[in-house]
Ligand binder design. Sequence first.
Ligand code: ADP
Ligand code: MG
Length: 441
Amino acid sequence: MLGEKILQMLQEEIPKAEYERYIKNLAYDEESSKADEAVYVAPNLFIANWVKTKYRHKIAQLFKLQTGIETSVKILTKKGFVQKSTPKEAKAEVPSSTSTKINPTYTFENFVVGSSNQFAYTASLSVAENPGKAYNPLFIYGGVGLGKTHLLHAIGNFNIKKNKTVIYATIEQFLNDFTYHLRNETLERFREKYRQCDILLIDDVQFLSGKERTQEEFFHTFNELHNDNKQIVLTSDQHPKKIAGLEERLKSRFEWGLIADIQPPELETKIAIIKKKCELDGIHLDDEIVNYIAANMDSNIREIEGVILKLNAYSSLVGQRIDLSLAKNVLSEMQKEQQKNISLKDIVDVVSAELNIKPSEIKSKSRNRQIVNARRMVIYLARTLTPNSMPALAQFFGMKDHTSVSHAMKKVKEMIEKDADFKLQIDELAHKIKNLGSEQK
Ligand code: ADP
Ligand code: MG
């Protein structure tokens, strides 16, 4: 069949690992395909997205080469496929078996360990090796894109291999599942699913906040599993104590076992992670470029991966080797895109909340040391995270002229160099502000 032949042709053009991991898993859907539209089905959304970004263009080219017809390529996931042909069945199937949602590439082997994530890694590994015995629950918390979900899936993958029943769900899926079965009066099935597993992996529990009914249900799920010595692993962006709108009894249970945090990776770990990703994706980047990306990107690994993918896509599109100037361009484009979403008010709000100062005080003329310090931090962050010029910032803060802004910048830079804790604080603030932007989108 042509659809399959095309994939074999693709195999000759791309790294073996890529073919094995992604392309091999595609099934050509002859029934849905047309002369000018090729449809493939991927086993999960992850693979579908990957193929879409990296190979759809190439597959289309190969079709054109073979048939002479301009062909569009569709990559569907199984679910989308089922829904299309038999909508009724798809509906009945909504909250389906969960083990398939575990990403097979998120393994312990593929996780780069550095001092920032060592603790969470070790804790995850011992839980994976001794589920229900080591620490129960294990609670992993840390900022966006630092590897929490990866570790959760790694625990899952490790135990799927041992034929354990693993359930992975984000708290949102848990909630959807719950309301679905509640509505259909099939709560028994819901409970069966979540309470009859060896390992329950629940991602992003901060979203339980304020959802009383779901908290109640989750509380019972937790108790039952815990009583049966079944392993529970949870992740969140914050320490359980700090999750607002979460019942005390849940907070206290979340602290029963072990709490492990993940910090933003240091430069060395970032470099190692980039190299690992390149190796897995069959992409070659010179050390110079790896170092540049590591030094100039924030610590969100997901964004770093985005840069690597983009670089690779650009270079295969124009058939150009990835060099430093290309890397610089891609990075600055991405950063500009992010900057567009950040307002000065966001920065003032985040910094003042963090330092316990009123936003109005930051824009005031107060010489109070704490306020002066906060104001400087806001200015520094505004200069680095938004495209505002120094005169524009001076105007916003009601300062005489841009020299005051430049003075503040100089002070903050000095402090960053001298004081590691201060640098960490600035990084954290920048991180918070950027995430604010992405949540609003
Ligand atoms: P989080 O759940 O904390 O927001 P993820 O687990 O989704 O973050 O990680 C984002 C991406 O970064 C994933 O693709 C993951 O594989 C990768 N990643 C994060 N930390 C590491 C690490 N230490 N080694 C390898 N990959 C990592
Ligand atoms: Mg996550």
